[in-house]
Design a protein around this ligand. Structure first.
Ligand SMILES: [Mn+2]
Length: 338
């Protein structure tokens, strides 16, 4: 990491009295892990830190040390004492300006990210598109700046690396990410706890829906890949909770991407939401699935991992066991979460 950049950020942090950390609105292990990692590093360095997250925290991440200090009320943004803001893993140039506009003062903003699409909205931007996760970008900064790393900080940062690489399974896994993980283990991170919380530990209801989805696999002409569907009827029949449903498309698409043979490149999981829309999670081995998701449904994300939302739609099964999207008369398309 560029020494001048590290120096500039360290100077901003040293001069600050009250730092605001903000997660992305698409809550995942990386935005939470890198944000909470910085929280532990900065509080350990004697800094006053507030953390804001715009969305509820999934139960999966309850194991992250001190996760309960995260505040969801906008009031946290309005504190007049805040003189520096840091955001992690937020490539969206829309959410963040709207959050920042609620702040009492305009303050310098540091952005750590690894999304190619990051529009560099920060005062200082540390955006490394080749990095496997924002957490390993943050780790390289923390190390270069000479901060003390506590076991709690290590556990949070390792969570970001492990979840964004699917435990070093996904194609974005880099030498730097594996090296960072090895270093964080030395500082006290507990890898088995991270894997247990994120990758096993599934409820029976979740597994039942997973089973239905596997049985339904069909060739999907729209994406040119293989797809499956989770309907509202499945969710109601099984009695799955809203929490279980929220992550299910992502989990199943990751699983299929891991286990399907090489004759399939694109994998799509469609899920009907309880408010009448269809959300999709798409994965690819080599093709640019974000481009396909964008062309078809105004979706987006990473080249190999994308998401989309089809407003006012439902899934319908055809006689040949294939499924297609049926839109209702009001046909609006909204920018999605990956
Ligand atoms: Mn990430």
């Amino acid at each position: 990491m560029n020494t001048i950049l590290v120096q500039n950020i360290s100077d901003l942090i040293r001069r600050s009295h009250h730092i605001l950390l903000i997660t992305d609105e698409r809550i995942d292990g990386d935005t939470l892990g890198s944000t909470m990692g910085l929280f532990h590093v900065l509080t350990n360095a004697g800094k006053r830190v507030s953390v804001f997250s715009p969305k509820p925290l999934p139960e999966t991440f309850r194991y992250l040390p001190m996760i309960n200090i995260i505040q969801r009320n906008d009031a946290v943004l309005k504190q007049p004492t805040i003189d520096l803001a840091i955001v992690c893993d937020s490539s969206d140039g829309v959410f963040l300006p709207s959050a920042l506009s609620k702040m009492f003062h305009k303050v310098p903003l540091i952005s750590f990210d690894h999304h190619l699409t990051n529009p560099n909205y920060g005062t200082i931007n540390v955006v490394e598109p080749t990095a496997a996760s924002t957490a390993d970008v943050v780790w390289r900064f923390v190390k270069a700046a000479g901060y003390t790393i506590t076991p709690n900080a290590a556990q949070c940062l390792l969570t970001g690396i492990i979840t964004d690489t699917q435990v070093f399974f996904s194609a974005n896994t880099t030498n730097a990410a594996v090296k960072a993980a090895a270093e964080l283990l030395k500082y006290g991170a507990k890898l088995p706890d991270i894997i247990r919380a994120n990758y096993v530990n599934k409820t029976p209801n979740f597994l039942r829906i997973w089973g239905i989805a596997l049985e339904r696999l069909f060739p999907d002409d729209a994406f040119g890949g293989i797809a499956t569907v989770v309907t509202q009827k499945d969710i109601l029949d099984i009695g799955a909770s809203a929490e279980e449903c929220e992550s299910i498309a992502g989990v199943i698409s990751e699983f299929l991407n891991a286990v399907l043979d090489d004759t399939h490149d694109i994998i799509v999981v469609y899920r009907e939401t309880n408010d009448g829309h269809v959300k999709g999670s798409a994965r690819a081995r080599t093709k640019n699935v974000a481009a396909v998701a964008e062309r078809l449904y105004g979706g987006g994300g990473h080249k190999l991992a994308a998401g989309f939302k089809i407003m006012n739609a439902r899934m319908q099964e055809l006689p040949n066991h294939r499924w297609h999207v049926v839109r209702s008369t009001v046909d609006r398309i909204k920018k999605p979460a990956a």
